[in-house]
Write a protein that binds this ligand. Structure first.
Ligand code: HEM
Length: 352
């Protein structure tokens, strides 16, 4: 058993973990670790927003164009193509790219083909919307968790290495304990989101400034390997509750500190949904995320169902769960919405 915090990121603590040194988790879990030379992870969400079946072909072509751009020099080490319908009935197709070199990312972003495409006035007049949500956390502000050791997802694929079984999981507060920065910092936000440019309205290009310690989570589920009883338990007992929790965060999340939530499915290369989903949300504070996961009936029920599931299946799970969490500094985030509806992403609650 090892600490979720990679050895080179450990430091003398001024803040204590929630558990004693001899704590033993009730089931195993793993974390992704990057080589010591990696100082930042880049998570880039590149979204296309459309409404109605008649626009889906155009939106899908735009998504494929963005993904084709990933093949340019300095493109992401890994990417996912994803889709979800939001509470306003818009389709959101998002290409999520991961880098472990912020300079390579900046070169890719600033290459004329990429920069020119995003900055072009044409993007405002195509009948669909676009957005970029980019997080560049220092590795001390980033943690991951995997329920099985056989497949990495998301940032883990780019980071490349899985830890041994980790100690800090299986109790409320373990997410915080896995974040290297929590050794010395309470990670409390002091500011608030602000509209940095233009008014959140369709037809506009809107930039939002994030604040210190704004938190991001991608929490994923892969049920493609499940069969028989396990599959039935997942689809009948866990997924409906997960959906209710995601729906709550999307529609009423602002009251619990969640600025934005999307419940998304992975798409394969032909644009077909895969048996893989995830929630992706932005929060005012890590503490708000902790409070929701620990106390909201939907996540408490998901957590309880998962515990029963693990026991019923004698720890032999084919369901794969993972998450990645970042607590961002003010300079580690960039949000731009081009012709999107005013409840999109970080604009939610700020617009007219
Ligand atoms: C099928 C879906 C899900 C299941 C089965 C599930 C189950 C769990 C379990 C078992 C843990 C404890 C992990 C550990 O430390 O070993 C956990 C933690 C957590 N989950 Fe979920 N979860 C699901 C989806 C989500 C989603 C979509 C979100 C957020 C958008 C979320 C937010 C959290 C957070 C923030 C924690 C960390 C709590 C803490 O350590 O203080 N979960 N979840």
């Amino acid at each position: 058993m090892e600490s979720a915090i990679a050895e080179h990121l450990r430091c003398p603590r001024t803040r204590q973990r929630r558990v004693e040194d001899d704590y033993a988790p009730p089931y195993p879990a793993w974390a992704a670790h990057a080589p010591a030379a990696v100082t930042r992870v880049v998570i880039g969400l590149f979204g296309v927003q459309s409404r109605g079946a008649g626009r889906l072909g155009q939106a899908c072509a735009a998504l494929r164009g963005i993904a084709a751009g990933f093949a340019a020099p300095d493109g992401p080490l890994h990417h996912d193509l994803t889709h979800g319908v939001d509470a306003d009935g818009f389709d959101n197709m998002v290409a999520i790219g991961y880098w472990t070199d912020a300079q390579a990312f900046a070169r890719w972003r600033d290459a004329p083909a990429v920069r020119g495409w995003w900055q072009s006035e044409e993007r405002l007049h195509e009948g669909i919307g676009y957005f970029r949500e980019i997080a560049t956390p220092h590795v001390a502000r980033f943690e991951t968790l995997f329920s099985t050791p056989d497949a990495l997802e998301g940032a883990g694929v780019a980071m490349g290495r899985l830890s041994g079984e980790i100690q800090e999981h299986g109790y409320w507060g373990s997410m915080r304990d896995r974040l290297p920065l929590s050794q010395t910092d309470a990670m409390r936000p002091s500011g608030a989101r602000a509209v940095a440019a233009d008014v959140p309205e369709p037809g506009r290009r809107v930039r939002i400034a994030g604040h210190d310690h704004l938190a991001l989570i991608r929490s994923g589920q892969d049920w493609s390997g499940t069969q028989g009883r396990e599959r039935m338990l997942y689809l009948e007992q866990i997924e409906p509750v997960l959906r209710a929790g995601m729906d709550f965060l999307e529609r009423q999340g602002l009251q619990v500190g969640c600025y934005s939530n999307r419940y998304m499915r992975h798409l394969d290369a032909a644009g077909q949904p895969q048996e893989k989903s995830f929630g992706l949300s932005f929060w005012r504070a890590l503490a708000d995320m902790e409070r929701w996961s620990e106390s909201h009936p939907t996540h408490v029920e998901i957590f309880g169902a998962f515990m029963r599931y693990v026991q019923a299946l004698n720890l032999d799970l084919k369901l794969r769960l993972y998450h990645e969490v970042a607590v961002l500094g003010p300079d580690e985030q960039f949000y731009e919405y081009v012709n999107c509806h005013p409840r999109t992403g970080l604009m939610n609650g700020l617009g007219a």
